[in-house]
Design a protein around this ligand. Structure first.
Ligand SMILES: *Cc1c(COP(=O)(O)O)cnc(C)c1O
Length: 354
């Protein structure tokens, strides 16, 4: 599994020395000749750098293992759009005065996810983010705006972006223990809720933890909140589905993520299971929450409810393209294939005596 630079300072056996960044693999920028714009030599040099880089990418992609990315894609048809500076800055549902955008694709993708997570078009708000982290930063911010004095609860195995959000927003954050599987331990959750009964609860629920792939039991989390005396107007649940958000709907007996349950937001990564070749993600929340968060920015002629300002306008087109090509059924097949492969690997490892 991916080694993410969390707290440890060893990565792949290499020592990381803070404050001493490594520059040895840097491709130095060389200034163009002073008198003319571009010499043939320079052009040839740049072409050779790019060709070597492409070869390296091909080689590295062949041995791509450990990161949960879907590499089964062909976006050749989208090459023609590379020449445009597509930017969806601002709110996906409100046209800004920047004309080169792809909001029509973005909203199409969001509607697809709204159907998947069972929320009416008129009741949700969302946007395509720059990564899974941005989805968590947004979901937790919405929770904080709904409950300004709320305490953030997250299992110890939660992604580091959750704890980063707590630091950025200066929220009180309570770490909840995990079971051996990596799921949140609801017995410990209950103890910690009861110790803070006077404050609303904002909970990060993991739909697939980064290292163990553990899925928190959403139903048990909700039940624990209710048993501890937290009514629905005193808690906010953000589901971090960066890893498995798009896999769980196709896994039998998995706890279902749906806005029919009292959750506030869900996020999923676009560059993991969906196979977008650039980092991105999808974030959905309830419209009623977003009104608490947003304010108007005059020069955009839009609403300001996103974390980022300018937003990648290419990413929504890639997501739209892959959803059209593979669709619900296609992703279902891929999930089944992944599970078959996982069982196969487990059996072979067991045969080999592990
Ligand atoms: C990958 C991941 C994230 C964040 O993803 P980035 O796109 O790298 O920001 C968040 N949560 C979980 C569980 C993840 O696996």
């Amino acid at each position: 599994m991916a080694v993410e630079a969390e707290n440890g300072n060893k990565q792949n056996g290499r020592e990381i020395v803070l404050g001493r960044n490594v520059h040895t693999t840097c491709l130095e920028v060389t200034e163009p000749e002073a008198n003319d714009e571009f010499t043939g030599d320079k052009e040839a040099y740049m072409a050779s750098v790019l060709a070597r880089y492409r070869k390296n990418l091909m080689e590295r992609t062949q041995h791509h293992l450990g990161y949960p990315y879907n590499l089964d894609f062909d976006y050749g048809a989208l090459g023609q759009l590379q020449h445009f500076s597509i930017n969806n800055l601002g709110d996906p549902f409100i046209e800004s005065n920047y004309g080169v955008h792809s909001r029509q694709f973005e909203v199409g993708v969001l509607d697809w996810f709204a159907r998947l997570w069972e929320i009416e078009k008129s009741e949700y708000w969302g946007y395509i983010t720059n990564c899974g982290t941005e989805g968590n930063l947004h979901g937790i911010l919405v929770g904080r705006e709904v409950f300004p004095d709320g305490i953030l609860y997250a299992s110890r195995d939660s992604h580091y972006s959750v704890f980063k959000a707590a630091r950025m927003y200066r929220m009180d954050c309570v770490k909840v223990d995990c079971l051996v599987s990596g799921e949140i331990d609801c017995a410990d959750f209950k103890v910690k809720l009861l110790a803070n009964k006077d404050k609303p609860a904002i909970i990060n629920v993991n739909i697939g933890t980064t290292v163990k792939g553990a899925v928190d039991d959403l139903d048990l989390v909700i039940q624990t909140l209710e048993e501890s005396g937290f009514s629905q107007d005193r808690f906010y649940i953000h589901c971090d589905g960066a890893l498995f958000g798009l896999m769980m709907p196709f896994v039998k007996r998995a706890p279902k993520v749906t806005f029919q349950k009292p959750i506030g937001s869900v996020s999923v990564s676009g560059h993991k299971f969906m196979g977008c070749p650039m980092p991105c993600g999808v974030q959905l929340t309830r419209m009623k929450h977003i009104n608490v968060l947003s304010s108007n920015v005059e020069y955009l002629a839009s609403r300001d409810a996103t974390i980022m300002g300018s937003r990648n306008g290419h990413a929504p087109i890639f997501l739209w393209y892959t959803l059209n090509r593979k669709g619900y059924k296609g992703f279902q097949k891929e999930v089944q294939k992944c599970l078959r492969n996982a069982y196969y690997l487990k059996d072979r490892l067991r045969d080999a005596g592990h």
